[in-house]
Write a protein of this length. Structure first.
Length: 270
């Protein structure tokens, strides 16, 4: 429970239908971008369900559980425009998918088209949803969040990270990274990335300067899984293990990688 229960009832089936309607607009684009959009449509659905499961585990009431589910459904809204324009999942100052999604939904009010009773949602929760979407891929959440905002921001980050490994494995390296597996295995990664693994921290995306660094920054997302349940779920799914089941071309790089994967396994199974 997160304060006084609220009485708004959401029509989740309708919200899901309207979101998919929006997402499907992007099916018209070229094959690679279409595949990227399809991957993100499926990801949104699964993250929404992860949000619901985490919310139930935390004994949220019905309204807060719905709110968590909606945030999951909406969190990557900005991905679709980013994919079509930039053909990558790479965030830049200009094309940050989390900021773009928050802007489209809450500044340009597309959320009003997706949630028919949006006018019943109070100001506090409008801000909670906006901040959860805006900050969902932050390296570190801002200090000035209210407890309620922090709860939902943390929840969406965990729900998102739990599915990211499946998305990468299922979509394939070229779809996600825009580079072949060979190109990635032939490259190196920076000390800043290695450091993140030994400190059990998310890798600062600005420090991933090589093809391999990009892949490793995704593996390091496991350090965002703060609850044991989420870590066990990821371990059980096996997708993270598949991402680590690779061999770098250069022996010195492979040696660093072995140390990193040992660290990941300790963290997941501890
Ligand atoms: Fe995202």
């Amino acid at each position: 429970m997160l304060g006084t229960p609220k009485e708004v009832v959401f029509d989740r089936k309708e919200i899901e239908r309207r979101c998919e309607e929006y997402f499907s607009v992007y099916d018209l684009t070229q094959e690679r971008t279409r595949k990227m959009c399809e991957a993100k449509t499926e990801h949104s659905r699964i993250v929404a369900s992860n949000c619901e499961n985490i919310a139930r585990g935390l004994n949220f009431d019905r309204y807060d559980t719905d709110l968590a589910w909606i945030i999951g459904e909406l969190h990557d809204f900005g991905r679709f425009g980013q994919i079509v324009v930039t053909k990558t999942f790479r965030d830049t100052d200009k094309w940050n998918h989390a900021h773009l999604g928050a802007s489209l939904l809450f500044k340009h009010e597309l959320v009003d088209d997706l949630i028919s009773n949006w006018d019943e949602v109070d100001e506090e929760d409008r801000v909670v949803m906006e901040k959860a979407v805006y900050h969902h891929s932050d390296f570190r959440l801002p200090e000035d969040l209210t407890p309620r905002e922090r709860t939902f921001c943390t929840l969406i980050q965990e729900a998102d990270q739990t599915d990211i490994f499946r998305t990468i494995v299922k979509s394939g390296w070229e779809t996600i990274y825009g580079h072949t597996k060979e190109e990635i295995l032939d490259s190196d990664f920076s000390d800043a990335i290695v450091q993140a693994f030994f400190c059990h921290e998310l890798a600062d995306y600005s420090k991933r300067t090589t093809y391999a660094g990009y892949h490793l920054a995704h593996i390091a997302l496991c350090f965002g899984l703060k609850s044991k349940a989420a870590r066990h779920r990821v371990a059980e799914q096996g997708y993270l293990e598949q991402m680590m089941d690779i061999e770098f071309t250069h022996p010195a790089v492979e040696e660093k990688f072995q140390q990193i994967t040992a660290e990941v396994r300790n963290y997941l199974y501890e």
